[in-house]
Write a protein that binds this ligand. Structure first.
Ligand code: NDX
Length: 255
């Protein structure tokens, strides 16, 4: 396989367009899974959460890992390229092989699982293909301010995301499906602490890679889970009369 810059441009533009579609679809009405399902008790057309998250996220790990393994001759230089590809796979290793096995979420709609899987194949291919076959970095990229600041943001975001996922999980006993007020960590300031972490993480990745596909994915993430954080916030305010009034939806002290 070789690099086709026009393919990268086309796939990144389509990802940007999907982000805008996502925003227009889900700004008013939330995506219908988790607490925003219309009929929470309906069991048909649902897949257990563990199975759904594993299947849906697997391509995001597998596709870039396969592209990396199939690359001939293997790409070993520069160090920046390898590190960046590993960061992407590292996140999706967590999301595929760790997150699903601890989740206490309710069953996931089959239809969204299908679209989610397609999305993960698409994005896994785009990010992996670009980093493995197209990206060119100078040998000293690891000391460039974009790489170091982006990497720091990525790690900070990932830390917030994993910690917030853990706090949400601890709100339930095994088998429970009720909703409670999240407490602690960044939830002290925002209702969508896990989403805030994920958004910071992918913007950090975009800065570290300084690439169109990664900026398109960060923008997609913002348009996908940004509105969801807003809908979570409204849900909490409507459901819990004692919900902390100073808490914002997504960005601490701002929004
Ligand atoms: N999966 C990313 N669009 C998505 C699945 C849906 O990883 O067709 C995007 C991802 C996909 C989406 C994915 C892409 C776009 C799709 C969409 C479906 C339609 C859409 C395909 C792939 C589409 C177009 C039209 C453009 C093609 O019972 P429960 O499940 O609610 O329990 C929850 C629990 N919890 C609580 N427990 C007790 N008390 C409370 N108050 C609770 N609040 C929540 O915590 C869950 O078990 C758990 C987390 O819930 P929640 O709702 O906070 O997070 P969730 O949305 O489930 O995300 C989980 C993690 C989180 O860390 C988040 O950052 C990350 O995954 N994520 C999620 C979505 C997308 C994404 C990251 C990204 O874009 N990077």
């Amino acid at each position: 396989m070789q690099c086709f810059p026009s393919l990268v441009l086309a796939l990144s533009s389509l990802l940007g367009a999907l982000a805008l579609l996502q925003l227009s679809l889900y700004l008013r009405v939330p995506s219908r899974y988790g607490k925003h399902e219309e009929r929470l008790c309906r069991p048909r057309g649902r897949v257990p959460a563990r199975c759904a998250w594993f299947l849906q996220e697997l391509p995001s790990f597998l596709v870039p890992a396969l592209l990396l393994a199939l690359r001939s001759p293997p790409r070993l230089e520069p160090l920046g390229c390898r590190l960046l590809c590993c960061l992407f796979c590292w996140h999706y290793f967590y999301r595929t092989f760790i997150y699903p096995f601890f989740t206490r979420g309710r069953p996931f709609p089959l239809q969204l699982l299908f679209f989610g899987t397609l999305f993960c194949i698409y994005n896994g291919f785009l990010q992996g293909y670009y980093l493995i076959y197209c990206a060119e970095y100078p040998n000293d990229w690891c000391t460039d301010i974009r790489f170091t600041s982006g990497l720091l943001l990525f790690l900070l975001g990932m830390g917030i995301n994993i910690h917030s996922d853990l706090l949400l999980r601890q709100l339930r006993k095994p088998g429970e499906v009720t909703y409670k007020i999240p407490q602690g960590g960044l939830f002290t300031y925002v209702s969508g602490a896990n989403y805030f972490g994920e958004i910071v993480e992918w913007f950090g990745f975009a800065i570290a890679t300084w690439s169109l596909p990664a900026f398109a994915f960060a923008f997609f993430t913002l348009c996908c889970i940004g509105p969801r954080a807003y809908h979570h916030h409204r849900y909490y305010l409507k459901t819990f009369t004692d919900y902390p009034k100073s808490r914002k939806a997504l960005i601490p002290f701002v929004f």
